[in-house]
Design a protein around this ligand. Sequence first.
Ligand SMILES: NC(=O)c1ccc[n+]([C@@H]2O[C@H](COP(=O)([O-])OP(=O)(O)OC[C@H]3O[C@@H](n4cnc5c(N)ncnc54)[C@H](O)[C@@H]3O)[C@@H](O)[C@H]2O)c1
Length: 358
Amino acid sequence: MRFYLIGAGVINRTHAEAINKIEGEQDIVIKVADPNPAALAAFAELFPNAITFTDAKEMLSEEPKEDDIVIVGTPPFTHFPLSKLGLESGRHTLCEKPLVMNREEAEALLEIAKANNRLLGCCSVRFLDVPKTEEVKSILNSGDLGEVYKISFVFRGQRGRPGVEWQPQSRWFLDKSKAAGGIVMDWGPYDFTILNDLLQPESIEVAAAWTAKPETEIDPTDVVYDIEGAVGAMLKYQQANGKSVWVQYERASCTHGEPYFTVEIEGTKGAVKWSPYFETDQVLVKSDKNGEVITKEQTIAYPGPIGYMDHPVHFFYKKVKGQESPAIVNEQAVFNFSVLDSIYESAKNEQPVVLRRK
Ligand SMILES: NC(=O)c1ccc[n+]([C@@H]2O[C@H](COP(=O)([O-])OP(=O)(O)OC[C@H]3O[C@@H](n4cnc5c(N)ncnc54)[C@H](O)[C@@H]3O)[C@@H](O)[C@H]2O)c1
């Protein structure tokens, strides 16, 4: 089994670790391409068996095999050309989040995947198939919450900007022409993959949205820094059963306001609150008994040794092998990405944007 990693930076080192945790596969070969010699050398030190290249095209020039996998772990502005290269080399291609720069690129990449009869996957699945969120899904689907009418999905951090406070060596995160955007493109891929998995919408209307760039005294001035640090949106999720649910969404990697998070689903008979990420493993269900609020509390920890960071590779590997898998590929990957682009479009034009699942 051959894995072709494009990019030898932070995330593809994590993907290489995930590949090494795949069980029951004989003779796993890792090849990696990066034009930056320092990145390639650091990768080779961690994974001495990896075969290194300075050019991705050269790495992919050999004859493809049916289950070859390409993993694109480079900055977003390269995701389209490098995923295209992977797919057109005849290989299934798993791309980092955000999938691409905009909806046009996403649609074009889907066509290329179909024309080459290969799977296009996105790493935004990192937080799917997590036991606490699976429990929330089963509560949601049980009908115990009554008619579900609203979800709050709010994560506000005061100083957590990639390229500034987090991974300051990767300055490309700050440049919209390289990163596709700020907090919307950084955490939005995970947020909307989770929401879309829970609600399975037929269509999504971004009814209204805003973005902002809160300033600090350490804002970089020596590089392009034009991405948003805060976003808000109201989205209407239309489900297959004809019912709709409002999603109140907010994210900040930089704010002068209070830091807090709330992820809560509210229905006419009850509400469930949890974090799909790291903050807590508690799942709190509130309902009514004789006019009093009652709370049921569970703690559902994540079992080891396969972690969130292993998910994209493990899910995609299973999908390629024809096994049951939470991997998100092709049309659904493009739909999930399109929500992010639609938030920008709605914020820019101050108009609603409607997206329909194909
Ligand atoms: N760092 C994280 O914690 C993290 C987590 C999840 C997802 N991601 C995503 O992973 C992607 C990469 O982020 P990163 O943190 O690894 O960045 P990074 O800056 O650490 O590494 C990117 C690497 O890509 C290489 N590269 C650029 N163009 C290339 C090309 N044409 N061919 C081959 N290599 C090329 C660069 O030389 C660099 O080594 C981004 O989309 C990011 O959103 C990162």
